[in-house]
Write a protein that binds this ligand. Structure first.
Ligand code: NAI
Length: 337
């Protein structure tokens, strides 16, 4: 099958090429993002492979369908950037990668927790400058602390297991209890209680109207003073302006972010020779107790292998039978943000 890949990074090229070994799909890699202006570049491709910040709105899908595209193969789990109704009306099949390594994301969360708590980011800079003073680097033992996990699905459950290994008390909050977490000794509590009791709060829920700005101006007063908050789920679960207020008055003692509400304008690109236009993001970067990574929690060898293999499996199945393995449609699924 002739496949055009948009928003290609070197790792996409490497892992998709490896997964295609022996399948012989004709893959053309484009660095450019999919948009109304670039969709025409896919002309003649039966499948288009896209990522989280590619534009798959109705106008783009119309151009793709006109150019002969039959399959949209997303190399990610979320599909909030796809107009599924338009895809159905145009006869386009949409497929995704519903799950890859939950360990990748959970372990990155732990990396943020440990780095923030022990000030690894600051210590690294100091030592490189020959400054071996320890003032300002005081941390706390994780052992015996209370970790609150909001969203105890696949990733939240892996994090719970890791943090239990540190000797932490594990609280959970979810719309449904996960028996694996209960077996681990997790205590499920209402949202207000998890806010009030957690020394470390980690977010692993999807972005929905219910979770949008879950950490916001209204909820700051409910948090345990000095709490460390880590978000590797979706940016808009935290209101970044409220987080800044919480950091300024000490309500939030540490903030680790892998996702940010307005990340589409920043993440995945090298903007190092440009001025950051987002003043909220720029303010966040000024706090010594804020650590931000650019949506890289999924970036492990194992996760990228799984993403590439599932993407090629979707394309392969579609080429053989006209149906992908992990199809999504307006009828089949409630949207996962
Ligand atoms: P999952 O679907 O297995 O688990 C999500 C959990 O959140 C479920 O148990 C669900 O019941 C719960 N939930 C739903 N609404 C809730 C609410 N209102 N309050 C509390 N809990 C609620 O999803 P998974 O795979 O564990 O992913 C979790 C998050 O991580 C998602 O937001 C996903 O987009 C994000 N993610 C981030 C990545 C990154 O690179 N930073 C990579 C992969 C996923």
């Amino acid at each position: 099958m002739f496949v055009t890949v948009f928003s290609t990074k070197s790792y996409d090229r490497n892992f998709l090429t490896a997964a295609n070994d022996g399948k012989d799909h004709d893959i053309r890699f484009l660095d450019i993002r999919l948009s109304p202006d670039t969709a025409v570049l896919a002309e003649g491709a039966q499948a288009v492979c896209a990522f989280v910040n590619d534009d798959l709105s109705a106008p783009v899908l119309e151009i793709l369908a006109r150019g002969g595209t039959k399959l949209i193969a997303l190399r990610c789990a979320g599909f909030n950037n796809v107009d599924l109704t338009a895809a159905r009306d145009l006869g386009l099949t949409v497929a995704r990668v519903p799950a890859y390594s939950p360990h990748a994301v959970a372990e990155h969360t732990v990396a943020l927790i440990l780095a923030l708590n022990r000030n690894i980011h600051r210590a690294h800079n100091r030592v490189r400058e020959g400054n071996f003073a320890l003032d300002g680097l005081l941390g706390f033992d994780l052992h015996g602390k209370t970790v609150g996990i909001i969203g105890t699905g696949t990733i939240g459950a892996v994090l719970a297991r890791i943090m239990a290994g540190f000797g932490c008390t594990i609280l959970g909050h979810d719309v449904a209890e996960n028996p694996d977490c209960v077996a681990l000794g997790m205590e499920y509590v209402p949202r207000d209680e998890i806010f009030a009791r957690s020394d470390i709060l980690s977010l692993h829920c999807p972005l929905t109207p219910d979770t949008h700005h879950m950490i916001g101006f209204d909820t700051l007063k409910l948090l345990k003073r000095g709490v460390t908050i880590v978000n590797t789920s979706r940016g808009a679960v935290i209101d970044a302006r409220a987080a800044i207020a919480g950091l300024k008055d000490g309500t939030i003692g540490g903030l680790g972010l892998d996702v940010y509400e307005e990340e589409a304008d920043l993440f995945f690109e090298d903007l190092s020779d440009m001025a950051i236009q987002d003043d909220v993001f720029a303010r966040l970067l000024t706090f010594p107790n804020v650590l931000i990574t650019g949506h890289q929690a999924f970036l492990t060898h194992e996760a990228l292998t799984a993403i590439a293999e599932t993407t090629i499996a979707n394309i392969d199945a579609f080429a053989r039978s006209g149906a992908a393995v992990h199809e999504i449609s307006v009828e089949k699924l409630a949207p996962k943000p």
